[in-house]
Design a protein around this ligand. Structure first.
Ligand SMILES: Nc1ncnc2c1ncn2[C@@H]1O[C@H](COP(=O)(O)OP(=O)(O)O)[C@@H](O)[C@H]1O
Ligand SMILES: [Mg+2]
Length: 250
């Protein structure tokens, strides 16, 4: 794994059968009122292609901080996060944007849809960032809307949708470019049991079909039972990391 600093994001192909994501001695500290608060304290993880895994732990345990670092939205204070062959702390602004735009889909608790755009346009947006031409864009958006069962809502705006539908749009937006990695931060926090189940089932299908790696940050039991691997954080440390037998029953 030499020469990481030379690889530019976007061109770096993940090694076959190798870890998609590696964190080594990852520490994250935030300055807070004159001292440094340690939010992550020595995280060592390997996450492979096709995993369906969750960072689980109480509020404040460091889940979002770790997800943001894996997504190259933030950087370690020390140690490293290597994502698809790129050590994120060696990426400049443009390179980390390229890594995210090409290879990582994000799903948030609050959906983060653009209210003035239609469902179709929200899902199309990541493809415009890639500069994809119109025909391919149309095919990809059409397919992504089919995946989440929202074909007939394409021309509506987010305000006309329920929470469950909004999060399905967010799933389509994350998946439309067929990224290697999807990062989902508390995606069911605003959903009832039925909608949570529908979203998770959809993600399991996409994970199987496209081999997309899903990483959740969650403390929701409804999500946890779908996981095939549960990484438990407490006070910025991994206190347990185990394979799970997922429970897909309603
Ligand atoms: N930008 C920041 N500045 C200061 N402290 C932060 C910042 N981001 C997170 N923290 C702190 O780091 C800890 C972990 O936060 P977070 O990763 O959001 O936890 P979780 O997602 O598990 O609830 C919390 O104590 C939080 O207050
Ligand atoms: Mg969080």
């Amino acid at each position: 794994m030499g020469n990481q600093a030379d690889r530019s994001a976007g061109e770096a192909a993940p090694a076959k059968n190798g870890a998609l994501i590696t964190t080594s001695g990852l520490v994250k500290q935030f300055p807070t009122g004159g001292y440094l608060f340690t939010a992550l304290n020595g995280i060592n993880l390997l996450i492979d292609r096709g995993e369906f895994t969750g960072l689980v732990g109480p509020s404040g345990s460091g889940k979002t901080t770790l997800l943001n670092i894996i997504g190259a939205l933030d950087y370690p204070s020390s140690g490293s996060a290597v994502v698809l062959g790129s050590d994120t702390k060696h990426l400049n602004h443009k390179q980390s944007a390229r890594l995210r735009n090409h290879h990582i889909g994000f799903i948030f608790q609050t959906y983060n849809l653009l209210p003035v755009y239609t469902v179709y346009e929200n899902v199309e947006f990541p493809l415009l960032l890639l500069g994809m031409e119109a025909d391919r864009r149309r095919r990809a958006v059409t397919q992504a809307l089919e995946w989440v069962g929202l074909t007939d809502r394409a021309q509506q705006r987010p305000a006309q949708l329920s929470g469950g539908e909004s999060q399905r749009v967010a799933v389509a937006r994350a998946m439309v470019k067929k990224p290697e990695i999807v990062l989902a931060d508390e995606p069911t926090a605003n959903l009832d049991a039925e909608n949570s189940h529908n979203i998770l089932r959809m993600m399991v299908e996409l994970n199987t079909e496209l081999e997309t790696t899903f990483i959740f940050a969650t403390h929701d039991e409804k999500v946890i039972r779908y996981l095939r691997r549960r990484i438990t954080l407490r006070d910025g440390r991994v206190v347990e990391d185990r394979e799970m037998e997922p429970d897909y029953t309603t």
